[in-house]
Design a protein around this ligand. Structure first.
Ligand code: SF4
Length: 397
């Protein structure tokens, strides 16, 4: 038996070496062949072995990955520290283009063995704009947390991922995921591990600087319901980061047969153009008004309660840019139902698209100085100013 084990370890070692060797040969010589003999008879002659070479590489990769996943599933490295015992929960395939690196499974995920099978997962899928079928298709999405097993609970919630897990497995596993083109770093542990010194002092600043890490990485906060106050405080995340992320992911899966790198400058060009313009920000009208120099617009249809006209003497009241009375009343009638936010946003964007004359003065003001949009709503995350700000940022003149 011991002899068989040694033989199988040798066979596995040889397979992995061969796999890397073929990969290297193909990577080095295929572009040279293509350049030298393009559109000639020889190109067709070479195509057959080239296809064979690629198919062989893929087969070796698949075998190596299957072996590695089996090894991970049998891992007992930190068994002593796991209250419910080891149960690595992950999903991976060599063809996956999207890699999600989260923290560690919670108790519910440990019980089901299905990654992100909880309220956080639902929100994450909503952020990405993909359904469960796509999310759990390992050929497209790899899910590799920082710790593969449930680490138990401490005083303030679930414990951090086990520190020994990522150094033990990540390099070997990620080496096999050769088609990944976008990695989502969900939470501070993944950001610390993958971004190192490029990470900002806080998670909020790191997420806010997401463009610096694209196209390879997008840092995200954890989608846990416990982070609801964070989402409310940082409305820019929903208004700016999520629409861009959804576009990325849609493009990523749009041409699954085409292996050419996606043009990830999609947003950078647009965003760079925006960055050269003065900023456009929003704030409650009840907060101290900005210093002189900014163009301030009150964007509510109704005058804010308790505010004297003199207080806003230098503010332009752009009431026609606000949602129509019918839409405002509909929104307030349903404001406690989060499902209506998306519908409100869609309807308000349609109104804005048809009402250029209302927002054009704001765009013109922004050509020369920063713009501040003032609103009265108590809800700083879900209000029409958030939608208007995103709309105006995207508007190209
Ligand atoms: S958490 Fe990671 S290192 Fe620990 S037992 Fe699970 S797979 Fe092994």
């Amino acid at each position: 038996m011991a002899g068989n084990g040694a033989l199988s370890a040798w066979a596995k070692g040889i397979r992995i070496v061969l796999c890397h060797l073929l990969d290297w040969i193909f990577a080095c010589f295929a572009p040279i062949f293509r350049r030298c003999v393009a559109d000639t008879f020889a190109a067709r002659f070479i195509a057959a072995p080239s296809f064979f070479c690629r198919a062989t590489v893929r087969t070796f990769h698949a075998i190596a990955l299957t072996d590695l996943l089996a090894e991970i599933r049998a891992c007992r490295a930190c068994e002593h520290a796991l209250p419910l015992g080891p149960r690595p929960v992950l999903q991976a395939s060599g063809t996956a283009r999207l890699l999600i690196v989260g923290q560690a499974p919670g108790a519910k995920v440990h019980a089901s063995g299905v990654p992100w099978d909880d309220a956080s997962g639902e929100r994450l899928r909503e952020w990405l704009g993909i359904d469960t079928t796509t999310f759990y298709d390992a050929r497209r999405v790899a899910i590799v947390p920082m710790g593969f097993c449930y680490p138990g609970r401490g005083g303030g919630g679930d414990n951090p991922p086990r520190a020994e897990c990522a150094p033990l497995w990540h390099t070997r596993l990620l080496d096999q995921l050769t088609n990944v083109r976008l990695t989502l770093l969900v939470g501070q542990y993944a950001q610390r591990y993958f971004l190192g010194a490029r990470r900002k002092p806080s998670l909020t600043e790191t997420v806010q600087a997401w463009r610096e890490y694209a196209p390879d990485y997008v840092p995200l906060p954890h989608p846990s319901p416990r982070n609801q106050p964070w989402f409310k405080r940082h409305a820019w995340f929903e208004a700016e980061v999520l629409p861009a992320l959804r576009r990325h992911v849609t493009e990523l899966f749009a041409d699954t047969e085409n292996a050419a790198p996606i043009d990830m400058t999609w947003d950078n060009a647009q965003e760079n153009a925006q960055m050269t313009k003065p900023p456009i920000t929003i704030q409650r009208v009840y907060e101290p008004l900005p210093e002189a120099g900014a163009a301030c617009f009150l964007v509510d249809r109704l005058w804010p309660r308790g505010i004297r006209k003199e207080t806003l003497a230098h503010v332009t009241w752009a009431k026609d840019v606000a949602p129509s009375t019918a839409l405002r009343q509909w929104f307030h009638a349903h404001e406690h139902d989060p499902a209506h936010w998306d519908e409100f946003r869609e309807r308000y964007l349609a109104e804005l698209a048809a009402n250029r004359v209302a927002w054009e003065p704001i765009v013109r003001a922004r050509e020369t100085r920063p713009v501040v949009l003032l609103y009265g709503s108590h809800d700083t995350a879900r209000n029409h100013a958030v939608v208007l700000q995103a709309f105006l940022k995207r508007e190209r003149q």
